[in-house]
Design a protein around this ligand. Structure first.
Ligand SMILES: CC(C)(COP(=O)(O)OP(=O)(O)OC[C@H]1O[C@@H](n2cnc3c(N)ncnc32)[C@H](O)[C@@H]1OP(=O)(O)O)[C@@H](O)C(=O)NCCC(=O)NCCS
Length: 167
C-alpha cells in the first residue's frame, strides 16, 4: 500500500488528538464549505493574505486541493492545513490557519503532523511563510531555503528575462 492508498483509507476519518485542547476533533479530507473556509481565514488573521473577496477562487482552492486537514470545535472549523501533493516527492502546504481563540494550543502543530502522516516517508513539505509567522516554522524543524523562486500572479514567463540572465 502506498501513501496515496493510505489517504483513501484514512479519508474523512475522525481523530481526537490532545484531549486537553477542549476536545477538538481533526478530520482528513472532510468537506469544507467556502463559508467555513472564509470563517477560519478571518478568525485566524490570514484573510488579509488570501483572496477572501473572490469566492470562485476560494472554491477552486478547496476543490483542487488533494490533502486538507481540518480541526473542529463541535461544528465550527477552527483550523485548516490545505495542501497539494503527489504523496511521494513533494507536498506544498499552501494555507495553515488557526482561529485566534485557539492559537497556542498546538492545533497548528497537530494539523502539520497529520499532514505529514499522510505522506510517504521521503516526501518533502514545502511552504511560503506569512511575514508574521516566519519565526514559527524553524521552531518546528523547517529549514529556510535560499533557492526558492516564485513567479508572482501578475507576471508571465519571459524569455527576455532568460536572455538577460544568461548574458
Ligand atoms: C501560525 C499558526 C498557524 C500557528 O498555529 P498555532 O496553533 O497557534 O501554533 P502552535 O500552538 O502549534 O504553536 C507551536 C509553537 O509556535 C509558537 N508560535 C505560534 N505562532 C507563532 C508565530 N506567528 N511566530 C512565532 N512563533 C509562533 C507558539 O507560541 C508555540 O511555541 P511554544 O511551544 O514554545 O509555546 C497560527 O498562529 C495562525 O493561524 N496564524 C495566523 C495565520 C498565519 O500566519 N498562518 C501561517 C501562514 S504561512
Amino acid at each position: 500500500m502506498d501513501a496515496a492508498d493510505g489517504l483513501l483509507l484514512l479519508s474523512n476519518q475522525l481523530f481526537a488528538m490532545d484531549l486537553d485542547t477542549m476536545s477538538l476533533k481533526y478530520r482528513i479530507n472532510a468537506p469544507v464549505s467556502v463559508g467555513q473556509f472564509l470563517h477560519v481565514l478571518h478568525q485566524s488573521g490570514l484573510a488579509s493574505r488570501r483572496p477572501v473577496n473572490d469566492l470562485e477562487c476560494l472554491k477552486g482552492m478547496l476543490q483542487n486541493s488533494n490533502l486538507i486537514i481540518t480541526a473542529w470545535d463541535q461544528d465550527e472549523l477552527i483550523g485548516i492545513a490545505r495542501s497539494m501533493t503527489d504523496f511521494h516527492h513533494a507536498c506544498y502546504l499552501s494555507d495553515l490557519a488557526v482561529s485566534q481563540a485557539y492559537q497556542g494550543l498546538s492545533v497548528g502543530f497537530n494539523l502539520q503532523v497529520l499532514t505529514q502522516q499522510q505522506l510517504g516517508e521521503h516526501c518533502k513539505l514545502i511552504l511560503l511563510s506569512a511575514p508574521n509567522s516566519n519565526e514559527y516554522y524553524p521552531k518546528l524543524g523547517y529549514q529556510a531555503h535560499d533557492r526558492c523562486w516564485v513567479l508572482s500572479r501578475d507576471e508571465v514567463l519571459s524569455k527576455r528575462a532568460y536572455s538577460n540572465a544568461m548574458s
